[in-house]
Design a protein around this ligand. Structure first.
Ligand code: GDP
Length: 197
C-alpha cells in the first residue's frame, strides 16, 4: 500500500470525542523518545505529520489522521514519563486504557520498542495488560539502524526470552528504522491485509 494522502483530523482527550468509528483504525504507542513520530512520518511520507518533539511529554493527546480516506492512523500519547507527576500520569493512563478498551474500530495496536534497550518493565506490563484485555497488537522494534546486525539479533533473542516468561508465543513483530525506511512495506502490508480481510 502506498500512502497517497494523510490528513490530520483531530486531537482529543477522550474516546467518546474521537471521530465516528466508521473506518478501520490502527494506533501507535510507546515510551517517550522511542521514535514514534519519526516512524509515523516515515510511514506516511510526511516530514512532520507527527511532530518530532525533543520534549518528552509534549504529545498528550489522541491524534487522528485519515489515510487515503480509508483508515485512521492514531498517534497515542507515550507512556512511562518519569518527569510527569503521578496524578497526571494516572489520569493519562486511564484515558489511554479507556480508548484502547472502548474503541470498537481499533483493529490493531502497534507497540513501539527501542531495539537498543533491554526489555523495560513498563512495556512488558503494558503488553501483558493488552494480552489479558484481548487487544490485538504487534511490536515494532525501532531505530535498528543504530545496531550492528549481530547486536540486533542478540537483542531480539533476549526480548523474545523475556516475552516467553509471560507468553507462549512471541507476539508478531516488525523491525524498523525511520532513518532507513526499514519496515515500512511490512507494516503497511499488514494494515492492508487486515483492511481487506
Ligand atoms: P517520539 O518521542 O517517540 O515521537 O520519538 P521521535 O520520533 O521524536 O524520536 C526521538 C529521537 O530518536 C529523535 O532524535 C529522532 O531523530 C531519533 N530517531 C527516531 N527514529 C530513529 C531511527 O529509526 N533511527 C535513528 N538513528 N534515530 C531515530
Amino acid at each position: 500500500m502506498e500512502i497517497k494522502e494523510a490528513q490530520f483530523v483531530m486531537s482529543n482527550t477522550a474516546v467518546d470525542k474521537c471521530p465516528a468509528p466508521d473506518r478501520p483504525e490502527y494506533a501507535f504507542i510507546g515510551r517517550s523518545n522511542v521514535g514514534k513520530s519519526s516512524l509515523i512520518n516515515m510511514l506516511t511520507n510526511k516530514r512532520s505529520l507527527a511532530k518530532i518533539s525533543g520534549k518528552p511529554g509534549k504529545t498528550r493527546l489522541i491524534n487522528h489522521f485519515l489515510i487515503n480516506k480509508e483508515w485512521y492512523l492514531v498517534d497515542l500519547p507515550g507512556y512511562g514519563y518519569a518527569q510527569v507527576p503521578k496524578a497526571e500520569r494516572l489520569k493519562w493512563e486511564k484515558m489511554l486504557k479507556n480508548y484502547i478498551l472502548k474503541r470498537e474500530n481499533l483493529y490493531c495496536l502497534f507497540v513501539l520498542i527501542d531495539s537498543r534497550h533491554e526489555a523495560q518493565k513498563v512495556d512488558i506490563e503494558f503488553m501483558e495488560w493488552l494480552g489479558i484485555s484481548e487487544i490485538p497488537f504487534n511490536i515494532i522494534f525501532t531505530k535498528t539502524d543504530k545496531l550492528k546486525p549481530q547486536e540486533l539479533e542478540n537483542n531480539l533473542k533476549a526480548y523474545e526470552e523475556k516475552m516467553f516468561e509471560i507468553w507462549e508465543t512471541m507476539p508478531g513483530y516488525f523491525i524498523s528504522s525511520a532513518e532507513k525506511g526499514l519496515g515500512k512495506d511490512e507494516i503497511l502490508g499488514l494494515i492492508d491485509e487486515v483492511n481487506k480481510a
